[in-house]
Design a protein around this ligand. Structure first.
Ligand code: ADP
Length: 374
C-alpha cells in the first residue's frame, strides 16, 4: 500500500537507545513518503513535543520511565487525538498491545519482527484507519447535532400546533353546545370536526412524548412484575370497562424478572402493548391477555398474547411504523397509530427487538426482548 501523502512527521517515544537507533535506521530506508523523525525517551517529553508540533504518527513504546503501559496510551491519546498511534512491543507483550488498540491505538508492531517494509505498511495502514475513524466520528457528531435540532424543532412544532388546535376543539364543542337545534348534517360535521381535532391532539401528545424519550435515559434495576402492576393500575378503567382478564405468568424459576431499564420507557412499552391487547378485541368478547417471560442466553424474551381481532401477516411490519392504523372506521378502537412505533423506538434503542405473530380473529402475540445487563 502506498500512502497518498508525500511527507510524514513521526514521533518516536522509546527509552531503549539500541531499539531507537534500529527503528531510526529502518525508517531512514523508507523513501516514500519522506519521513521526519523526532525521538524522545519519556512520556513527559512526548507530551511536550505534541504540544509544540503537529505529528502524523506516534511510534510508542509502552514501558517508559515516567509512565506505564495502558496509562501511557491514554495520556498520549488525550494529547494527540488526531494522530495515529502505533504501539511498539516485545514478543511477550502482545496482549498488552491488543488492550492498547481498545484504548485507541491504531496498530502495534513487534520490535523483533520489524523491517522497513513492515514499518512502512503499518504506518500507512494506521494513518488510513485513523482517517476513517475521524470521518466516522465527524459523521456521528453531525448526526447527533442534526438529531438534536430535529428534536427541538419537533418539540417546538408540537407546542405551536397545540394552541390553534385547542381553539378549534373548544370552538367546536361550544358550537355543539349552543346549537342544540342544528340540523343533522351540521351536527354530523361538528362531530367529525371534534373527533378529528381530538385525534390530532393525541398524535401531537405522542409526538411530544416520543421527543421526550431522549431526555429519559436514566436506567435502574426494575422488577418487571412491579412495573406491570403499576401499568395495570393506570389501565384500571379500560380493564374494568371491557371486563378484561390479565394474567402475568412469569415462570417461578425466573422470578423476580429484573431488567436494567429506564422506568418511564419500560412502563410506556407495557402500557401500549397491554392497552392494545385489550383494545383490539371485538366488543362481544371479553379480552384475555396473558403475559409471559423466557430467559434466553443473553436476553429476556417477553410475550403478550390476546384473543383479539388479529393482524394480517402482510401488516406485521406496517403496524410498527408511525401513524399506521389498520383499524380505522366506525365502531373501531380509537388511537393515533403511534403506540407501537414508540415501543419499537424504545426497545431498539435499548438493544432489543419487537415483533408480532397473529391469527386473524383468534388473537395476536407481541414479542419483545431486553438484553441482559451484567
Ligand atoms: P393505535 O392503537 O393508537 O392505533 P398502535 O401503534 O398502538 O396505534 O397500533 C397500530 C395498529 O396496529 C393499530 O391501529 C391496530 O390496527 C394494530 N394493532 C396493535 N395492537 C394490536 C393487537 N393487539 N391486536 C390487533 N391489532 C393490533
Amino acid at each position: 500500500m502506498v500512502s497518498s501523502v508525500d511527507h510524514l512527521n513521526i514521533l518516536l517515544v522509546e527509552d531503549n537507545h539500541p531499539d531507537a537507533i534500529l527503528i531510526g535506521k529502518h525508517l531512514s530506508k523508507i523513501e516514500k513518503p519522506r519521513l521526519s523523525l523526532c525521538h524522545v525517551s519519556t512520556c513527559r517529553d512526548a507530551i511536550r513535543c505534541l504540544r509544540e508540533e503537529k505529528f502524523d504518527v506516534i511510534l510508542l513504546d509502552l514501558s517508559l520511565p515516567d509512565s506505564f503501559q495502558l496509562d501511557t496510551v491514554r495520556k498520549i491519546n488525550k494529547e494527540a487525538e488526531n494522530t495515529a498511534v502505533i504501539i511498539l512491543t516485545g514478543l511477550d507483550d502482545e496482549q498488552m498491545a491488543l488492550d492498547s488498540l481498545r484504548e485507541g491505538a491504531q496498530d502495534y508492531l513487534v520490535k523483533n519482527e520489524m523491517n522497513p517494509a513492515v514499518l512502512k505498511k503499518t504506518i500507512c495502514y494506521a494513518l488510513e484507519r485513523k482517517k476513517q475513524l475521524q470521518q466516522i466520528k465527524n459523521l456521528v457528531y453531525n448526526l447527533m447535532e442534526s438529531n438534536e435540532r430535529l428534536e427541538k424543532y419537533a418539540r417546538q412544532l408540537s407546542h405551536d400546533l397545540k394552541q390553534p388546535l385547542q381553539t378549534i376543539l373548544g370552538s367546536g364543542k361550544l358550537i355543539e353546545y349552543l346549537e342544540k337545534n342544528a340540523s343533522e348534517n351540521i351536527r354530523q360535521l361538528l362531530d367529525l370536526l371534534i373527533k378529528s381535532a381530538e385525534k390530532m391532539n393525541i398524535m401531537i401528545e405522542e409526538l411530544l412524548s416520543s421527543c421526550r424519550l431522549e431526555a429519559e435515559e436514566k436506567k435502574e434495576w426494575l422488577d418487571c412484575e412491579k412495573v406491570i402492576t403499576e401499568v395495570l393500575e393506570l389501565l384500571e378503567e379500560q380493564i374494568k370497562t371491557r371486563g378484561a382478564k390479565i394474567t402475568v405468568n412469569f415462570p417461578a424459576k425466573y422470578r423476580p424478572v429484573v431488567v436494567y431499564y429506564n422506568e418511564v420507557q419500560l412502563e410506556r412499552v407495557w402500557q401500549n402493548l397491554i392497552s392494545n391487547a385489550i383494545k383490539y378485541v371485538p366488543q362481544d368478547r371479553k379480552p384475555e391477555v396473558v403475559i409471559t417471560a423466557e430467559k434466553q442466553p443473553n436476553q429476556w424474551l417477553f410475550m403478550i398474547s390476546d384473543n383479539g381481532i388479529g393482524i394480517k401477516e402482510t401488516d406485521y411490519k406496517k403496524i410498527f411504523l408511525a401513524s399506521q392504523r389498520l383499524s380505522e372506521g366506525e365502531g373501531m378502537a380509537k388511537g393515533s397509530g403511534m403506540g407501537l412505533a414508540i415501543c419499537k423506538q424504545i426497545i431498539e434503542r435499548n438493544g432489543g427487538k419487537i415483533w408480532v405473530q397473529s391469527s386473524i380473529c383468534q388473537g395476536s402475540t407481541f414479542f419483545f426482548t431486553i438484553p441482559m445487563a451484567s
